[in-house]
Design a protein around this ligand. Structure first.
Ligand SMILES: [Zn+2]
Length: 209
């Protein structure tokens, strides 16, 4: 008796990031090329169909047509950016509010900073919601930055340093611990002392602009 059958062979052709509609977030994917083969004694011997390309989400493992990459290309980019803006904002809040609560007189300056980070109007209610979301995690600013900072581009890293500096200076003295963390980020970004100073000078003028 001869055992004849078919099986699907899949191999990974490419990897990347995409907006997964079922995870509703940016996830890694594998582009899988699937093709049915005729098997003889369970060994694939001849391909019997055309290659089918499938996008497979790394997180939820759901499969998508390749068009998922195009359809969501624009919203993917927007989402990626807004994700980074949220990360920068959260870093700033964790950095600023590590030792207490928001004082009423800090609300307006923080709201302005938030508008700067998100590049759009942020209402006071929205600010409150964002702050409590950021605080709830209980992750120290330094640990949080450890995971998000490396995947920001230079502009985003600079913006974060500026926002953190401005936010923290609302409370007067930066203090030793915050200064240390800012210096660490400066070094990570490969900024010289002069670069760093001009970043700070730049953001001190935000209000006037
Ligand atoms: Zn997914």
């Amino acid at each position: 008796m001869i055992f004849i059958g078919t099986m699907n062979l899949a191999r990974t052709r490419d990897r990347g990031d995409f907006y997964c509609p079922s995870c509703e977030s940016i996830q890694g994917y594998r582009l899988r090329a699937k093709r049915p083969w005729l098997t003889l004694y369970f060994i694939p011997v001849v391909p019997i169909g055309s290659v089918e390309l499938v996008i497979n989400c790394d997180r939820c493992r759901s499969n998508w047509d390749e068009s998922v990459l195009q359809v969501n290309a624009e919203s993917h980019q927007e989402l990626l950016e807004s994700q980074v803006h949220h990360e920068i904002f959260r870093s700033m809040i964790l950095f600023v509010l590590a030792d207490g609560y928001m004082e009423p007189e800090e609300v307006e300056p923080l709201r302005k900073l938030a508008c700067r980070i998100f590049q759009k109007e942020v209402s006071r209610e929205e600010l409150g919601r964002l702050c409590s979301m950021s605080e709830q995690s209980g992750v120290p600013a330094e640990n949080y930055l450890e995971t998000v900072y490396p995947h920001w581009d230079t502009g985003q890293q600079n913006l974060a340093i500026q926002a953190m500096f401005l936010g923290a200076s609302l409370r007067g003295e930066l203090g030793e611990e915050r200064t240390r963390l800012l210096m660490k980020l400066r070094d990570r970004a490969g900024l010289t002392e002069t670069d760093f100073q001009s970043l700070i000078e730049q953001c001190l003028q935000w209000d006037e602009a």
